[in-house]
Design a protein. Structure first.
Length: 252
């Protein structure tokens, strides 16, 4: 039964759209010429694209930046599950053809995280709150399959770099990828996301956040304390803890 649900969760992305979410600004540059369009069409016929063709899961979530927690970004993840412990994702500021690639994320299991050198662990953010809160969604697949997909990510960690300041809530986008990459983090308490950030996504894409949260409530029993839960706590002093989301340093 569980394998069947996961098969549903991994349907081709064409069948897993959910509501459209276009980028909120345009990319500067001259319109594409007919010659360029023709060259692209020919390349599509003649060239294989194995790495891109392996992308099979579409997720939408949010990231505050580690060094600037007020910079909060909606991010559309297109992911390939390489094996049971490792996935890699390209991140866009929307889910339409004109969306811009604004980051990358690697996702690893708790087992792989525990094997990292101590200095490396500080780059990896925990995922349990994103899952239990209903913030992280897989649009377009059945609810039961989505919940099972989220079960597979309980206790996992992500390493995310945002390369382009676009899709940042309430902030103007950079026209091109400026400056150094931003290390992103995760929300870990209610009230850390800016008012309207999650609600705007849910309204635009037809997502019932409260329903998602209720559907995943039983997943809290599978969680274990994670590293990094309290990293941004001082930036959000009024945020409220959630059952199942505990920093390792505070665990018994």
């Amino acid at each position: 039964m569980r394998q069947t649900l996961l098969a549903l969760a991994l349907l081709p992305l064409a069948a897993c759209g959910g509501g459209d979410s276009p980028p909120q600004s345009r990319t500067p540059g001259a319109p594409q010429t007919g010659k360029t369009t023709a060259l692209e069409a020919g390349a599509q016929v003649l060239q294989a694209l194995p790495p891109v063709e392996e992308i099979e899961v579409y997720l939408v979530g949010f990231h505050p930046m580690w060094a600037s927690p007020g910079m909060q970004m909606e991010s559309h993840h297109y992911c390939h599950q390489v094996n049971e412990d490792f996935a890699q994702c390209v991140l866009y500021d929307g889910n339409t053809a004109e969306s811009r690639l604004h980051g990358v994320e690697y996702i690893i299991s708790e087992r792989l995280f525990e094997g990292l050198p101590p200095a490396e662990k500080r780059y990896w953010h925990p995922h349990n709150y994103e899952i239990l809160s209903g913030q992280l969604v897989a649009p377009g697949i059945p609810d039961v399959a989505e919940t099972e997909l989220m079960r597979k990510k309980i206790n996992s960690y992500g390493k995310t770099w945002h390369l382009w300041k676009t899709g940042v809530y309430t902030q103007e986008a950079d026209p091109l990828p400026y400056g150094e990459p931003h290390l992103a983090w995760s929300f870990n308490r209610d009230g850390e996301a800016m008012p309207g950030l999650v609600e705007n996504r849910n309204r635009r894409m037809g997502i019932d956040g409260a329903k998602k949260r209720e559907q995943r409530r039983d997943l809290a029993r599978l969680t274990r304390p994670q590293a990094g839960v309290d990293i941004l706590r001082k930036s959000f002093p009024d945020a409220k803890p959630v059952t199942g989301v505990v920093d390792k340093r505070n665990a018994g």
